[in-house]
Ligand binder design. Structure first.
Ligand SMILES: C[S@@+](CC[C@H](N)C(=O)[O-])C[C@H]1O[C@@H](n2cnc3c(N)ncnc32)[C@H](O)[C@@H]1O
Length: 197
C-alpha cells in the first residue's frame, strides 16, 4: 500500500519520468512495442549498422525497452558488445535474462548518463523526443561516449513535435541515410548520422 502511494506521488506530484514509465510498462501500455509491425523500422537500425562504420563495433542503445533490438533484430550477433540503457528499472529488471558476457542492460537516464567507455554506435531508439535539451545530449555523447568516427542512429516516430526534434538533431549532425516507414497509420523516420566536421 505504501509503495502504491509513493509511486502515485512520484508520478503525479514529482512527475518523475522513471515512475511514469514504470507504471505504464506494468500496465502493459507499451506491449505493442514487441509486435511484428515494429520490427521493420527496428530492422533499419541493423541495416545501418551493417552498411556504415565499424561493422563489428560496439553499440549502446538508449531507451532499450524490451530489448527487441539486440534480441529479435540482431539476434545477439554482429556487434562486439551491446549496452542497453533505460530509465525504467521495471523494464530493466524484466529483461535481465537477456544479459550475458556481451550484453549489459542497465538503469540510466540519458540526460545525465555516465559513459564508462566509448562506443562505435550510439542509438536513440524512439526516445530522444523525451530529451529536454537535444543539442546538449548529443554533444555530451560526442565528448564522452562516441569513438572517433563513431555514428549515431536515431529513430523518431512522426508526431506534432517531430519536425523540431529532427531540426535540433540536424543542427549538429550530418545525415548519411534516412528511411521512412508507414505502418498502420504510424510513420517512423530512422536515420544514421555523423557529427558535423
Ligand atoms: C517508446 S519506448 C521505445 C522502446 C524501444 N526502444 C522500442 O523501440 O521498442 C521509449 C523508451 O525510452 C525510455 N526512456 C524515456 N526517457 C528516457 C531517458 N531519459 N533515459 C533513458 N531511457 C528513457 C522509456 O523507459 C522507454 O523504454
Amino acid at each position: 500500500m505504501i509503495k502504491l502511494i509513493v509511486d502515485f506521488y512520484n508520478r503525479k506530484v514529482v512527475r518523475s519520468q522513471k515512475a511514469r514509465w514504470n507504471y505504464q510498462y506494468a500496465k502493459g501500455k507499451w506491449d505493442g512495442l514487441k509486435n511484428e509491425r515494429e520490427l521493420e523500422r527496428q530492422g533499419f537500425i541493423k541495416d545501418y549498422f551493417l552498411n556504415y562504420g565499424n561493422k563489428s563495433g560496439s553499440l549502446i542503445e538508449f531507451g532499450c525497452g524490451f530489448g527487441v533490438l539486440p534480441d529479435v533484430i540482431f539476434q545477439k550477433k554482429h556487434y562486439s558488445h551491446y549496452v542497453g540503457v533505460d530509465i525504467s528499472d521495471y523494464i530493466i529488471q524484466k529483461i535481465q535474462p537477456l544479459a550475458d558476457a556481451r550484453h549489459v542492460f542497465e538503469i540510466g537516464d540519458f540526460e545525465n548518463y555516465h559513459f564508462k567507455e566509448k562506443y562505435d554506435y550510439i542509438v536513440f531508439n524512439e526516445c530522444i523526443n523525451y530529451s529536454k535539451d537535444i543539442p546538449k545530449l548529443l554533444s555530451d555523447c560526442r565528448d564522452y561516449g562516441l569513438k572517433k568516427g563513431g555514428l549515431f542512429i536515431i529513430s523518431v516516430h512522426k508526431f506534432k513535435r517531430s519536425p523540431e526534434i529532427w531540426e535540433a538533431i540536424h543542427d549538429n549532425l550530418t545525415v548519411l541515410e534516412t528511411r521512412t516507414i508507414v505502418k498502420n497509420k504510424n510513420t517512423w523516420q530512422v536515420e544514421i548520422l555523423k557529427w558535423k566536421d
